[in-house]
Design a protein around this ligand. Structure first.
Ligand SMILES: [Zn+2]
Length: 168
């Protein structure tokens, strides 16, 4: 079975590209910060918490938006975001792309302690990027995750229930 999904942009206020009617057509939505990196820590925290509270946002993509060697991670209150992700049933991404590796290992362990679930993916923009999955799995292992913590490993029925989140 193929799930139909999309990556959404989280704007400065924590809103995403489309409204509920359109988002309801997807099985899974990833929402990520791609700009307005210079907000205050409080604003950034509210922005990501708000995205978690959106019933159509299943996964927060590359949560700290870092680009290793090129861009520092954005700053937000990690505990507050991890609590919101756990409370709302929003997974955090472990992005396997070599210049992201985001969340990073120690943040994975920290988030797990809040009860957060994770999605490991490659951020592939070409088929040759798919083997990068190994780096995300390595990050998850360094964060002491097991299968129960990683939604990609779940049986389909359990995954689909998680992806329904608070949707009407
Ligand atoms: Zn992205």
């Amino acid at each position: 079975m193929l799930l139909h999904g999309s990556e959404l942009n989280i704007d400065a206020n924590g809103d995403v590209d489309w409204g509920p009617e359109f988002l309801a057509g997807f099985d899974v939505c990833v929402a990520s910060v791609h700009g307005e990196f210079t907000q205050s820590k409080d604003e950034m925290t509210r922005r990501i918490v708000r995205a978690c509270e959106n019933p159509y946002v299943n996964i927060i993509g590359h949560p700290t938006a870092r680009m290793i060697g090129r861009r520092a991670p954005i700053e937000f209150d990690l505990d507050e975001v991890f609590r919101a992700a756990a409370r709302t049933g929003t997974a955090l991404e472990i992005n396997s792309y070599p210049d992201r590796l985001d969340l990073r290992d120690e943040h994975v362990l920290w988030a797990k302690r809040h009860g957060v679930k994770f999605a490991i993916d490659t951020d592939s923009h070409a088929t040759v990027h798919l083997p990068f999955l190994r780096y995300g799995i390595g990050t998850a292992q360094r964060g002491w995750l097991s299968k129960d913590d990683v939604i990609n490993t779940w049986p389909l029925a359990k995954l689909r229930k998680f992806l329904r989140k608070g949707r009407a």
